[in-house]
Design a protein around this ligand. Structure first.
Ligand SMILES: Nc1nc2c(c(=O)[nH]1)N[C@H]1C(S)=C(S)[C@@H](COP(=O)(O)O)O[C@H]1N2
Ligand SMILES: [Mo]
Length: 541
């Protein structure tokens, strides 16, 4: 490389890159400061969360249905992409005049900070990560700008003509004999400095994650042993399902890693269990505030319950079975003494997100609880650590508040929860359903004996009594059912079928323990859950 190449002034791509790098430095710093002072106030997440809240319900449903659990990644990715594109623009503007680029970056940060400060439950501290982002980002841009402009080419004094606009030098076709380098950092120097800053940004981001993990998490929690009968009422041993016998069937207990996750949070809230409390207030005789240890010292129950999301379409994946450990809701409410006017429990999570539950349903004798354990360990962060509500028979959006901090006894007239404001139903019992897991829709099968199999649920409706299958619109045939884990849990089923060549329609329906036969009434998830008999086509050849 000649001396001349090394000293050529940075061109447009370099300036765009400098804008991106300085913004990354800001973002990394902001994440780190957020992790230290206010985990929920990361500017990127605040922006993403606001986008989620502002997204119209139909678009949100469409995203959940089409992207599934990837919807968060896609949203966060899009927000970041837009931010980095604007960062590149800021870099290009800084090439003209530093204040222009710095102004764009500052404006970006200002928007994100305003969003962070105006989120529910936000306070003054929420502005700090944004402030740090702005200072670090603009500071990095200032450093890079200085490096990139002090060592650029100047016209030789003897060369005639008008002075070259500094910013345009890289694009000018001036030849070497017209231009000469003045001493100062080369373009290579600028690139090296920016690479170092990019590493610094990555290190800050990594440190932010490390700081988050250091907070008290699920791994630090010791739950009472299931074998200690003095502590809680354990359910019996979990039965062996049909998992091994029917290929392709949903496991009787959902492996934690496969348990569906649906919520409005982009990241996973990092809750410090030491300082976490649950408050019961509103229309109560006395306000009660409990620590995590207070909860563990109460009478604990353990129940097998299948959680189901209202956004699940017929045959969809948003249902999961787990063994939950927790404190009965009725025990907690009795501590506070419920007043006479309340008809709603309004649960609030660490982020201020609210979920409503009909008081009468939650206290009608079903095993509604504030759960602290899932499948023998503390709740995973994704599923609500340190505590969440679980109400058998109700869709998650009207019951299963994760990262819960408050239960307010109030009325539907007085206060509306997040999804109520968005037009969803307030009383939403899980609709009974049978799902065909195998064969898959449009699968090509070999002729001969195959198993049709899946799971069915009728939580809060007497459980699954029978599951019936109809081939090509023919008579409903009883399938064989797997072990009965209780009315609040799903049940596996299968039917051996002698498949003959041709195209076939397979349908399955559930008959509840109390004899109700599932009807083929088609409904979309909005506003109170999808319904319809799961039906699919296969071809046998
Ligand atoms: N705090 C909080 N809790 C929440 C939600 C949420 O968005 N925020 N989503 C609810 C919905 S719609 C469902 S279906 C269940 C899903 O629980 P899971 O993610 O543990 O499967 O959580 C519920 N609890
Ligand atoms: Mo849901």
């Amino acid at each position: 490389m000649t001396n001349d190449e090394q000293t050529r002034a940075p061109g447009r791509p370099t300036w765009a890159w400098l804008g991106v790098v300085s913004t990354l430095v800001g973002l990394g710093t902001g994440q780190l400061v957020a992790a230290l002072v206010r985990p929920d106030a990361s500017p990127v997440l605040a922006t993403g969360s606001t986008v989620i809240d502002l997204t119209p319900t139909p678009v949100k449903n469409w995203a959940i249905e089409n992207f599934g659990t990837l919807d968060k990644t896609i949203l966060l990715g899009s927000v970041l992409l837009v931010v980095l594109l604007l960062a590149a623009v800021a870099g290009l503007l800084a090439r003209r005049r530093f204040v222009l680029g710095a102004g764009v970056e500052a404006l970006l940060v200002l928007v994100a900070t305003v969003l962070a400060v105006t989120r529910p439950q936000a306070g003054f501290l929420d502005a700090v990560p944004g402030l740090a982002t702005g200072l670090a980002g603009v500071g990095a841009l200032a450093v890079l700008h200085r490096l990139a402009t002090t060592g650029t080419l100047r016209r030789r004094p003897e060369a005639a003509g008008t002075p070259v606009d500094e910013g345009d030098q890289a694009d000018q076709a001036e030849t070497d004999d017209e231009l000469a380098a003045v001493p100062g950092p080369s373009r290579r120097g600028v690139l090296l400095a920016s690479a170092a800053l990019a590493l610094l940004a990555a290190a800050a981001g990594g440190a932010a994650r490390a700081v988050q993990r250091l907070r008290g998490g699920p791994a630090d929690v010791v739950l009472p042993e299931a074998s200690d009968p003095a502590l809680f009422h354990p359910t019996g041993a979990f039965p062996r399902g049909l998992d091994d016998r029917v290929a392709g069937i949903t496991p009787l207990r959902t492996p934690l890693a496969d348990f569906y996750r649906v919520d409005t949070r982009l990241d996973v809230p990092v809750v410090d269990v030491e300082s976490w409390t649950l408050t019961i207030d509103g229309d109560v005789e006395r306000e009660v505030t409990l620590t995590f240890d207070d909860l563990l010292a109460m009478d604990l129950v353990e129940r097998d319950i299948t959680l189901t999301c209202v956004s699940n379409s017929v045959g969809g994946p948003y249902a999961g079975g787990a063994r939950w450990l927790g404190v009965r809701l009725t025990d907690l409410l009795a501590m506070a003494g419920v007043g006479s006017t309340a008809d709603q429990i309004l649960s609030t999570d660490v982020d201020g997100m609210t979920i409503s539950t009909p008081l009468a349903v939650a206290t009608d004798g079903r095993d509604a609880m504030i759960a602290v354990g899932m499948d023998g360990a503390a709740l995973p962060r994704e599923h609500g650590f340190p505590a969440r509500m679980v109400v058998p028979g109700l869709y998650g959006f009207v019951s299963a508040c994760k990262w819960i901090t408050r239960m307010t006894l109030t009325t539907y007239d007085a206060q509306q929860a997040y999804w109520t404001e968005r037009g969803w139903a307030t009383d939403a019992p899980i609709k009974i359903s049978a799902r065909i897991d195998t064969p898959r829709a449009l699968e090509q099968l070999d002729a001969g004996r195959v198993n049709i199999g899946g799971v069915a649920w009728a939580q809060g409706s007497g459980g699954v009594g029978r599951v019936q299958v109809s081939i090509d619109g023919g008579p409903w045939t009883d399938a064989r059912t797997g072990p009965d884990v209780g009315n609040d849990y799903w049940r596996q089923w299968y039917l051996p079928w002698d498949a003959e060549a041709g195209s076939h329609t397979v349908a399955a329906r559930v008959v509840t323990g109390s004899g109700t036969v599932q009807q083929n009434v088609r409904a979309e998830p909005f506003p109170d859950g999808a319904s319809g008999v799961h039906t699919l086509q296969v071809s046998v050849g």
